[in-house]
Design a protein around this ligand. Structure first.
Ligand code: TYD
Length: 208
């Protein structure tokens, strides 16, 4: 049985339900008597939350893809230093709603040739991968309807549209296929309880 710290991430397209599922797994792990740090990206630390506002609000063309990659990586570095590393080192289970796979997929999907830049910057400044990553997989049309319906004022990314979301979905599935040991792909087009139950099984198998 693993009792030390762990770093678990949830990934998926906008509106896939990953945030709800991250919260539910956090509840389960707490109920098992482990200390949990529930966090998210972009953001997760005070400094990174400030950078988040620069990223998610405003016009779609506010930043170039290159600037965006730098901002996401700056936010992630602060989150890593202040929250993720200290949490895992203290033996806690750190559960993050999004992490570096989102940059690989979102910024890589927007401008394919930038994927190498994303990987180089990650190696240089982050150099950490989760122990376990859940991809909540969903049909983009269904997910987009749910995502935009929320109307949070943070719709800069969601406004790119359904074609973009289709590329994102494929991007997450490709990453998962490349690294099957780290990823679990979960069919998100089911009831919240059914999705949570499958995630709980994977959690138990890996860390329970
Ligand atoms: P998030 O708060 O997870 O939104 P949602 O809950 O709607 O999925 O993320 C905000 C947006 O930022 C989302 O559209 C995904 C995007 N994003 C990137 O483009 N690159 C990244 O590295 C991260 C972490 C998020």
């Amino acid at each position: 049985m693993v009792t030390g710290g762990a770093f678990v991430t949830f990934e998926g397209i906008d509106g896939s339900g990953k945030s709800t599922q991250a919260r539910r797994l956090a509840g389960l792990v707490r109920a098992q008597g482990r200390e949990v740090v529930q966090t998210r990206e972009p953001g997760g630390s005070p400094g990174a939350e400030e950078i988040r506002r620069l990223l998610v609000e405003g016009a779609t063309d506010r930043w170039s893809a290159e600037t965006e990659i730098l901002l996401f990586t700056a936010a992630r570095r602060d989150h890593l230093e202040k929250v993720i590393r200290p949490g895992v080192a203290a033996g806690k289970v750190v559960i993050s709603d999004r992490f570096a796979d989102s940059t690989r997929v979102y910024q890589g999907a927007a401008r394919g040739e930038l994927r190498q830049v994303v990987d180089n910057l990650h190696a240089l400044m982050i150099g950490t991968e989760p122990d376990l990553t859940f991809v909540i997989d969903m049909d983009p049309e269904a997910a987009l309807a749910r995502g935009l319906a929320r109307n949070s004022g943070e719709d800069r990314f969601e406004e790119f549209g359904a074609g973009f979301q289709t590329r994102l979905r494929q991007g997450f599935l490709d990453l998962a296929a490349e690294q099957p040991a780290r990823f679990r792909v979960i069919d998100g087009a089911r009831s919240e309880d059914a999705v949570a139950a499958e995630i709980a099984e994977h959690w138990q198998a890996a860390f329970g």
